[in-house]
Design a protein around this ligand. Structure first.
Ligand SMILES: *Cc1c(COP(=O)(O)O)cnc(C)c1O
Length: 365
């Protein structure tokens, strides 16, 4: 049996370190917004080459608070890729703004920079890019557009901790980088956790207030804030895992390379481009016989996932929000399959998965 992922085994290499972190936090007697969060924020800001990091409760809140910090007038428009995880779009709605979908590039699965300009109106205030599956977006082109049209940029970095483009790391291109540390992410906690990276002193101060009831000084409230704090305990666990994030990413890249060399060309593989350091939160392939392939692999004891089965504009919960069709997004959702590629998988696992896929391809593709 090859699991798609297994959180017990994924965290097992860190158990001893986590025990130490748990003991230290327990003994500190300080469980909310203390030294652990401060130190993690400094370390993660440094990892992302930005001045500030503000820990929050989860990735969705990181996105919502980023948008809230700008104080945009209600119903202004935010451009967002049509094939992202639902959280990105929900954050725009929860911030009282209007999501405007932009189709992705079918090769990279990231927002297509060529399709951004045609969606900009007098009401557009921001672009929310998503570094999907662990691949950085075409940020040089996107930042250029943002400067031309005076738009803010929020990066959804939930799937791309450590990914780079031309040596620049995600979370440092736009005004804000919103991160999730949900347990399955490349940098995962033992529960919910998130953070926002930014370069501006003023915006960082505002975020620190927004996450804590709008308050920087106890019982003095400057904004209509939230309760969205990163726990001391999660920060302590994250500090342990951050030390090995580069190793985790390198391992995933090694497995990706094994897939590239073993997998048949009858399935569509992720694109590899010069100047991009992809961290493969997800390694997806595409085929018109996706459902049959998933079933076939399961019969051989290989578990896979689909990211994602239903495009956001077709979700029941978003009925009435979007009018148009998004054929590229629909094509991706209908054909994509995510293969096992976690820190605990081995090259031998990848060889077995590849062999099974190649066998399916010989028979059916
Ligand atoms: C996981 C994820 C989120 C949400 O993170 P949570 O911590 O679960 O709130 C947002 N955007 C993307 C692209 C994600 O993959």
């Amino acid at each position: 049996m090859i699991d798609y992922e297994n959180l017990y085994w994924l965290n097992k290499p860190f158990f001893e370190d986590y025990q130490i972190s748990f003991g230290e936090t327990l003994n500190s007697g300080w469980y909310i917004l203390g030294k652990g969060v401060d130190t993690f924020e400094e370390e993660f800001a440094s990892y992302c080459h930005v001045k500030h990091c503000v820990g929050v409760a989860n990735g969705l809140d990181a996105l919502i608070l980023s948008l809230k910090a700008f104080n945009f007038p209600k119903n202004k428009e935010v451009l967002v890729p049509s094939n992202t995880y639902i959280a990105t779009i929900l954050s725009i709605l929860h911030a009282g703004l209007k999501p405007v979908l932009v189709e992705p590039d079918i090769r990279t699965y990231n927002i297509d920079p060529k399709k951004i300009e045609e969606k900009i109106t007098k009401d557009t205030v921001a672009i929310m890019v998503v570094h999907l599956y662990g691949k950085c977006c075409q940020m040089d082109t996107i930042m250029e557009l943002a400067r031309t049209y005076n738009l803010k940029v929020v990066e959804d970095c939930a799937q791309a901790h450590g990914a780079t483009h031309n040596g620049n790391i995600v979370g440092g291109f736009g005004d804000f980088g919103a991160f999730s540390f949900y347990p399955t992410k490349n940098l995962g906690a033992l529960g919910d956790a998130g953070a926002i990276t930014c370069r501006s002193d003023e915006l960082a101060e505002k975020l620190k207030a927004l996450r804590n009831y709008g308050s920087r000084i106890k019982y003095v409230n400057d904004y209509i804030g939230y309760n969205s704090r990163l726990d001391e305990l999660q920060a302590a666990f994250l500090r342990q895992k951050l030390k090995r994030l580069d190793e985790i990413n390198a391992h995933k890249r090694k497995l990706a390379n094994t897939y590239f060399s073993l997998l048949t060309d009858k399935v569509i593989k992720p694109v590899v481009e010069n100047g991009f350091y992809d961290v493969y939160h997800i390694f997806n392939i595409r085929t018109s016989k996706r459902n049959e392939l998933k079933e076939f692999l399961l019969e051989q004891g290989i578990k896979t996932e689909i990211h994602y089965p239903i495009p956001p504009h077709q979700q029941k919960g978003l009925a009435g929000v979007f009018e148009n069709n998004y054929p590229i997004s629909e094509e991706i959702h209908a054909t994509t399959l995510s293969l096992p590629i976690s820190f605990i998988h081995t090259e031998d696992d990848v060889a077995k998965v590849s062999e099974a896929i190649n066998k399916f391809a010989d028979l059916h593709l």
